[in-house]
Design a protein around this ligand. Structure first.
Ligand SMILES: NC(=O)c1ccc[n+]([C@@H]2O[C@H](COP(=O)([O-])OP(=O)(O)OC[C@H]3O[C@@H](n4cnc5c(N)ncnc54)[C@H](O)[C@@H]3O)[C@@H](O)[C@H]2O)c1
Length: 441
């Protein structure tokens, strides 16, 4: 089958390269000239394990190409997948301007029947709005179906997720579109949930909101453990090993971030309240999340008081391991709070220094160091914000020797408290009640 893909961000590019590997031919349309130039030059514009190789394979086999001209895709593709951004707009409502522009462009280039598929995350009812835009421009006889197959890949694991989805949600109506979708997704060996496009749109928000809720609940348990002296690791294990609850996505930290959960939570909250539903639960999940960076920084401030002029290191700038994406990363707020307190901050990340630097902008008290030990050299506190494997497997003796004073604030609970004590660290971790504090057992 020949596919058109509109938008070459993480979702569009992984989908394109993945379908190429399954034997399809793909024309990718990208309207950001810089991104297009990089792709045309064979370079994946962001870090995603395995993607560079997969894209090179598709291009090398002559099945994957990139263009800035939508017509090239519309002329040849039977199915066109829309993978444009749907960022947070004013007041938290989803900004659908990229979807609407793509719809208008599609309408102008529709050469005959095409199956259009929303992969982007959009509020319930968007498919109707998109269909309306197309019909208004292309005329009432425009031949197309519009389906919604929301994307669930996780950055950092996106290639594996493409080939091994937990399930595929298919919102489609009409025999013709269902046949095409069967052809396209038939080889995926996973449950497929067929539904209407609106319900498919909502399933994506409802899933992300549940994940956010689970993380905020783990963060609440972390606070309760700190206050009561409960063993948080065992608490999470005990609760999470109930098969109804599950252990995955059930860890405390600096808060969920990234390009999806924060904006999708906001959009879901607004669409729910807009529909007259009391969505206070969603508001509370967000409130817990927003407090996380301050809670971590407060742990450092308690020990380094005043913080003014002190050298502090931050390990982990991307919103999660395996990506250089810093969109809504908790590190942005952590670094801002440290700088506001007057600290001299050195940031390290295995791959996200450049994207963080670009997003955060310059600050006289902020520098970066590409070597994680050098970043910590002379530091009076080290905050671990992202749980990269490099940090998990750090040479702690070397780290201890490099630091001027041994305060570690572990925002991801990646070290063993006893080992850290034995090595002479002053170790603070989320959910860990210090011996002198609040034990109630
Ligand atoms: N990133 C993720 O992990 C992830 C996971 C699941 C779902 N999603 C959802 O998928 C969608 C895409 O996510 P993303 O992270 O890839 O977005 P992104 O913003 O990083 O990439 C979108 C790309 O589309 C391009 N684009 C926009 N309008 C275009 C047009 N008219 N023609 C050609 N190109 C156009 C942009 O230039 C950009 O390169 C969003 O709705 C997101 O919420 C993202």
């Amino acid at each position: 089958m020949i596919l058109g893909i509109i938008g070459s961000g993480p979702v569009g590019l992984v989908t394109a390269a993945g379908f190429c590997a399954l034997g399809h031919e793909v024309v990718c349309v990208e309207n950001d000239p810089r991104r297009l130039e990089q792709l045309a030059g064979g370079k994946v514009p962001f870090y995603e394990p395995g993607l560079q190789e997969l894209v090179a394979q598709g291009v090398g086999q002559g099945r994957l190409r990139f263009t800035g001209n939508l017509r090239e895709a519309m002329q040849v593709a039977t199915v066109v997948l829309i993978c444009v951004g749907t960022p947070e707009g004013a007041d938290g409502v989803a900004d659908l301007s990229q979807m609407e522009s793509a719809a208008a462009e599609i309408a102008d280039e529709l050469p005959g029947y095409r199956l259009l598929v929303e992969k982007s995350t959009v509020p319930i009812g968007t498919h109707r709005q998109i269909a309306r835009i197309i019909r208004n421009r292309a005329g009432p006889d425009a031949e197309f179906d519009l389906a919604c197959i929301p994307e669930f890949l996780r950055e950092g694991n996106a290639v594996r997720d493409f080939f091994n989805p937990d399930r595929i949600i298919i919102g489609a109506a009409g025999a013709r579109s269902q046949r095409l979708i069967d052809d396209l997704y038939g080889s995926f060996d996973c449950p497929k949930v067929w539904t209407d496009p609106g319900t498919a749109e909502l399933i994506k928000y409802a899933s992300n909101a549940f994940l956010a809720l689970k993380i905020s609940y783990a963060n609440l348990l972390s606070d309760v453990s700190e206050a009561t002296g409960a063993n948080l690791g065992q608490l999470l294990e005990g609760v999470g090993s109930d098969s109804r609850i599950g252990r995955s996505f059930f860890n405390p930290g600096a808060g969920y971030g990234g390009s999806c959960l924060p904006k999708d939570m906001q959009a879901f909250y607004h669409l729910s309240t807009g529909a007259g539903v009391d969505a206070a639960l969603l508001a509370e999940v967000q409130r817990i999340n927003q407090r996380r960076p301050a809670r971590i920084v407060a742990k450092a401030r308690r020990r380094l008081d005043p913080m003014h002029g002190r050298p502090v290191t931050v390990w982990g700038l991307s919103f999660k391991p395996g990506t250089d994406d810093v969109r809504s990363a908790p590190s942005l707020e952590v670094v801002r709070l440290l700088l506001d307190a007057g600290a001299r901050v050195t940031g390290h990340d295995p791959v996200a220094i450049a994207s963080f630097q670009q997003t955060f902008g310059p600050h006289p008290n902020l520098r970066y160091c590409p070597d994680m030990y050098q970043a910590a050299t002379g530091s009076q506190a080290l905050l671990v914000i992202t749980e990269w494997d490099d940090y998990r497997s750090a040479n702690l003796t070397r780290l201890r020797a490099a630091m001027a004073s041994p305060l570690i604030v572990d925002g991801r609970r990646i070290y063993d408290p006893q080992t850290m004590d034995a090595l002479g660290f002053d170790y603070e971790a989320l959910g860990l009640a210090r011996r002198d504090e609040n034990r109630r057992d």
